[in-house]
Design a protein around this ligand. Sequence first.
Ligand SMILES: [Mg+2]
Length: 305
Amino acid sequence: MREFDLLRHIYRSNDRLDRAVGIPPGDDMGMIRFGGGEVLAAVDQLVAGRHVRIETTSVELVGRKAITRSLSDIAAMAARPLCTLVAATLPPEFGEDRARQLFESMRRTCERFECPLIGGDLAFHGDPDHPLVCSVTVLAEPGPTPPVLRSGARPGDTLYVTGQLGGTMLDDGSGHHLTFDPRITEALMLAELLGDRLHAMIDLSDGLGRDADHIAEASEVKIVIDAARLPCRGNASWKDALQNGEDYELCFAASGSVPSEVRGVPITPVGEVLSGETGELPARLCVRDGDTLREAGELGWQHEA
Ligand SMILES: [Mg+2]
């Protein structure tokens, strides 16, 4: 079963959510209302062997990425960070010194992005083959606008991305996926600038192809991405930009004029949002490659979770 099918199954069984749930499962963060306020929450895991190569990556960067990939979900909602909680399970030979370094790196990263680490748990697993797993929970509060959902894209919107895409996972323990800064400030500035013209947003963790499709699905629209406009990193091809993932940039749908950069980070229009009823498009997400309109699914990034 694919990750998304599994999650969807769980969410569908969740039909008696309390009225206090302002944003149900299925977005970058959930939200609950209480005591007159609103708190957003998300949990995510960094798994060695999947999200980082522990053999070639410094403990410092492993800790950094465990935190930044969760903070990226706060950016996706244009929310303001509140605090972080971490639970880590480490292989037995990891050792106490490195465990201390790992937590110190996570603590510093939390501090740097103003989402302080307020608690956590650490356990050494008994099985030497158990991978390092860091489970990170982040809480946030709404920013200048109500949280920006995946479901608000409208026909006529333009689809934008921040920064550059593709080629982030290098095998040598370096690469953008380890050193990126989550786009929290940029997202807050976009929300401030665009207000209610900022219709939908997601952070790019699975690759623009899959993540733009999440917007299309949640918003019940079709999206056409223009391959020639994709801002590719270094030698990355447009297919890499669509498929590689781990970009941790923002992808958003907005109407009206949008600045070409925010805080020096370029913003590129990469596609258009069309009505879900548009019959002549072969799929919910399509890619325009010169004169050819391809069904995005053909490009084959639906990997098994
Ligand atoms: Mg996300």
